[in-house]
Design a protein around this ligand. Structure first.
Ligand code: NAI
Length: 304
């Protein structure tokens, strides 16, 4: 099966460089009309220039594709609403949203300025939420949508110096989990991509030979699979240097201990069994996990 995007309209945020540029080029090469968003700032989010998005639009047009430039900051909801309207006015629909825009303000937590914490949350989490909120009614009305969040191994597993970034990145997975549930009946599939790539964001973080193996183009197939009509929903795909994995937020089988004054001590004694991963499961929703606990308690009461 060819992953074709003919007739589709895509918005890719932060597409003036790095991974976003590759996403935009690939979607356009496969037939999508692409709104290329980028504020054009530095890696720490400072400054802006309209030329970053326009250069990618020029590249797409030179290759025979259709694209429009947009310079909204994803952390400005009014500007995001106008961005989505720009795509609707030009092409009448939005089928795909790739939330890719991002910045870094790395520091160990002890030295981290809380203003930098908030800024990173504003761009990554609020930016993704604003973009989703702006496309949502259009996707609902057309009974079709594909949203790709860009999470990170830092959000999933942590990394020194990235408390703000990690928190904001895993928050996008939380957003994905609920939007996938709410979007299901409207044909809206929501997934998350955890890329690893050599871009200006990872410059200096890894040795040169490692960066050479991490071409941003190698991440694009995962985005295409998550943005395509055949996409799954609620999947976290990791991609880098030609490898692809899925990350899961699993739940152990755990242990029923009931209630009573000695539960803290019994829990401490049985912690290894509670955290034992054999028989891990992935609940279908938060409510399903709660129900699982209640059912277990009721079964224990029936048995006693
Ligand atoms: P990059 O710095 O080349 O790309 C980020 C783009 O977002 C830039 O072009 C920037 O101008 C734009 N941007 C920043 N703030 C914006 C705002 N408020 N509104 C609109 N555009 C804005 O870095 P890279 O690596 O291409 O990052 C793309 C995404 O992938 C980011 O979300 C990043 O956190 C994520 N990521 C990257 C990894 C990597 O290994 N490169 C690892 C994990 C996640």
């Amino acid at each position: 099966m060819t992953l074709d995007f003919a007739g589709r309209v895509a918005i890719v945020t932060g597409a003036g460089g790095g991974l976003g540029r590759q996403h935009a080029l690939a979607l356009a090469a496969r037939g999508a009309r692409v709104l290329v968003n980028d504020l054009g700032g530095a890696v720490d989010g400072s400054g802006s220039t309209a030329s970053a998005a326009q250069a990618v639009v020029d590249e797409i047009r030179a290759a025979g594709g259709e694209a429009l430039a947009n310079n909204a900051s994803v952390s400005d909801f009014d500007a995001v609403l106008a961005m989505v309207q720009q795509a609707i006015d030009a092409w009448g629909r939005v089928d795909i949203l790739v939330n890719n825009a991002g910045i870094l303000r790395d520091k160990s937590f002890a030295k981290m300025d809380m203003a930098d914490f908030r800024l990173v949350v504003d761009v990554h989490l609020m930016g993704a939420a604003y973009c989703c909120r702006a496309v949502w009614p259009h996707m609902q009305a057309q009974n079709y949508g594909r949203i790709v969040m860009t999470t990170s191994s830092t959000g999933l597993y942590g990394n020194f110096g990235q408390a703000n970034y990690g928190a904001a990145k895993l928050a996008q997975v939380g957003l994905m989990q609920t939007l996938a549930i709410e979007g299901a009946k409207y044909g809206i599939h929501v997934n998350a991509l955890a890329p690893t790539a050599a871009t200006r964001m990872t410059e200096g973080l890894m040795p040169e030979e490692v960066l050479a193996a991490l071409k941003p183009e190698a991440v694009v197939p995962a985005m295409l699979v998550l943005a395509h009509e055949s996409a799954p929903t609620r999947t976290i795909l990791c991609a880098g240097a030609g490898s692809f994995e899925a990350a899961h937020i699993t739940l152990t089988q755990g242990v029923y201990l009931g209630t009573g004054p000695d539960v803290p001590e019994r829990l401490a004694a049985q912690l290894a069994q509670v955290t034992d991963r054999s028989g891990d499961m992935v609940p279908q929703s938060g409510a399903a996990q709660g129900k699982h606990e209640v059912e277990r308690a009721m079964a224990a009461h029936r048995g006693s």
